[in-house]
Ligand binder design. Structure first.
Ligand code: NAD
Length: 272
């Protein structure tokens, strides 16, 4: 089994990185940055986002696993004290771990200019915001004009990203086994003159949306933790990607338990 580690860079993550490397040597795992079978992220959710973007061209052949060094993460569910157990499970033959994988949907983001087309992937979300002024953009769903958006911006999240920025914007939490995307408004202007739907829209796989920003306006885009400024975009198409991300789930950790622990955190009371 070939592995590579991405760590957050803090003291705790670096120490765990070193400990895992020593264990891996003893267990016969091979360090391989070019073509690992498993990418271990040590840190937080942001570290997993970095790992995903580093290896997004090899998604069909590798799996990700996360160990958190702060609070419990959505992508990082192993604790530092479980490092040795995790290393031993990873060292099992690949076939033995094959049925311990879960596949989650990603977003495909197609940026079109007058002369080019680029396709990007996002694990959490894509956002577009105006820079100097209110963002005005036409939003189409499945090639039909849906609304003219005015406001701070638009966030389009994957199911995995539904617990991230999307949730702060009031979007719904969606189980990552549902292949879909969610469009959520960021501070839309709604009055008697300007009107947007106001609710988040959840689009299934095979549907798409297009955003047509005003020509030549500077826009701030984000793909997960990565930001880029553009003023040359004619349109942006977002859909559920044909690629998926594979997480090694060496033991069950139900999504709803993660949501409960992350956002509620205490045992529900039966004392009504
Ligand atoms: P970061 O590490 O500061 O992450 C911000 C927070 O988002 C952290 O608490 C992290 O645990 C959490 N997070 C990330 N992915 C998550 C997920 N899928 N489910 C639940 N929580 C998640 O910043 P970063 O490393 O730059 O991470 C970028 C991410 O931060 C973006 O993808 C976006 O989702 C999130 N973000 C959130 C807000 C907000 O909630 N207002 C604003 C900007 C960005």
């Amino acid at each position: 089994m070939k592995y590579f580690i991405i760590n957050r860079g803090d003291g705790v993550s670096l120490a765990l990185h070193e400990r895992f490397t020593r264990l891996a040597d003893q267990l016969g795992l091979t360090l391989d940055e070019e073509a690992p079978d498993t990418v271990l992220s040590i840190g937080g959710d942001g570290t997993m986002l970095q790992a995903f973007h580093k290896y997004k061209d090899q998604l069909d052949r590798l799996a990700f696993v996360g160990l958190h060094t702060g609070r419990l993460g959505f992508f990082a569910d192993w604790k530092p004290e479980e490092l040795e157990t995790m290393a031993r499970v990873m060292a099992r033959p690949l076939e033995e771990n094959a049925n311990r994988m879960v596949e989650y949907p990603l977003l495909s983001i197609e940026l079109r200019t007058k002369t080019s087309q680029e396709i990007h992937l996002a694990l959490n979300e894509f956002t577009i915001k105006g820079i100097e002024e209110t963002m005005v953009a036409q939003l189409d769903v499945n090639d039909v004009i849906f609304e003219t958006f005015r406001g701070d911006g638009i966030c389009i999240s994957s199911p995995s990203g539904s617990t991230a920025y999307n949730k702060s914007l009031g979007g719904a939490v969606i189980h990552p086994s549902i292949p879909c995307l969610q469009i959520t408004e960021i501070a839309s202007i709604n009055n008697r003159v300007f009107r947007t739907v106001g609710s988040s829209l959840v689009l299934p796989k095979h549907h798409h949306c297009d955003i047509y920003p005003q020509a030549d306006k500077r826009m701030m885009l984000s793909l997960d933790h990565l930001g880029l400024q553009r003023s040359d975009l004619i349109s942006i198409r977002v859909s559920v990607a044909k690629e998926t991300i594979r997480f090694a789930r060496y033991r069950p950790y139900p999504f709803w338990s993660r949501v409960q622990r992350a956002f509620i955190g205490q045992e529900p009371t039966t004392d009504f």
